[in-house]
Design a protein. Structure first.
Length: 265
């Protein structure tokens, strides 16, 4: 395993009382946040398997984030392309694993993370500039897991309707899932044992279920995450939609450990 670190004063400098005054956070209504809610460190963990077509754009978009205390950790796992080379200059930490596995990669990134809040981000997903500000304000200790409102990177009506349904299911908690983003607290993540590394599908829902013992689930709608429609476009809209509904239903009655998952690149 290769582990590369690029130091960041942005993320890791301690916040003194004097500095806290200078960077005082305010809510959307203009009210000053309580001191204990100011500037929690957020670790953005990006698992990446052969993501050379997307990882550069995802990391470059981080430059527009307005929140001052975050780090980006890319976990390149079993890559045979230029994913690691592209990520090396634009992330704060790069980890290279020889074995493929999204759960394994996320767990490795979480172990290296320094933030109180963990944000697991898909390599083909972009955050809005205010995303971390909104998360720091809304994702309180009342919540143990969450996600952001999802947006497709296509204006096709079918994709927009599909994501409208997914977002509604998350907000109503009919399905406590995620679209490109998973939020949790690091201490609770560790206590829950992290992601089940034998799960390659529905691993996010399983983690959220385990974390539910510590607090509520939250779908944040004030900001969004825009994710690629590549699987729908390459595999077919109805075939992919049918697959996800089938997996969701199966996860309620069957053990999906070691069920294979084919990446689309």
């Amino acid at each position: 395993m290769e582990w590369k670190w690029r130091g960041l004063t942005r993320s890791l400098l301690p916040i003194t009382a004097e500095a806290a005054v200078q960077v005082e956070r305010r809510s959307a209504t203009g009210q000053a946040l309580a001191p204990e809610r100011q500037l929690p460190m957020i670790s953005i963990i990006i698992p990446a398997h052969n993501e050379e077509a997307y990882i550069g754009q995802t990391l470059r978009s981080m430059g527009a984030l307005s929140y001052p205390r975050y780090e980006t950790i890319v976990v390149a796992n079993a890559c045979s392309d230029r994913t690691a080379a592209i990520a090396r200059e634009d992330c704060d930490r790069l980890m290279v694993l020889s074995q493929r596995g999204i759960s394994r990669a996320r767990n490795a990134g979480a172990r290296a993370a320094r933030g109180k809040i963990l944000l697991f981000l898909d390599a083909d997903t972009l955050l809005e500039p205010d995303a971390l500000d909104v998360i720091a304000e809304e994702f309180t200790r009342d919540y143990s897991a969450g996600t952001l409102k999802g947006k497709p990177d296509s204006e096709q009506l079918g994709f927009r309707l599909l994501y409208g349904v997914k977002n509604l299911m998350h907000r109503s908690t009919v399905h406590k899932g995620s679209i490109g983003v998973i939020l949790c607290w690091k201490d609770q993540f560790e206590a829950a044992g992290g992601f089940d590394e034998k799960l390659h599908v529905m691993e996010n829902s399983e983690l959220i279920r385990k974390l539910g013992a510590n607090g509520k689930y939250l779908c944040i709608s004030r900001t969004s995450a825009t994710t690629s429609m590549r699987r729908y476009q390459k595999t077919g809209f109805w075939k992919t939609t049918k697959l996800w509904w089938k997996l969701w239903l199966q996860s309620h009655w069957f053990d999906l450990r070691d069920k294979p998952y084919t990446p689309v690149r």
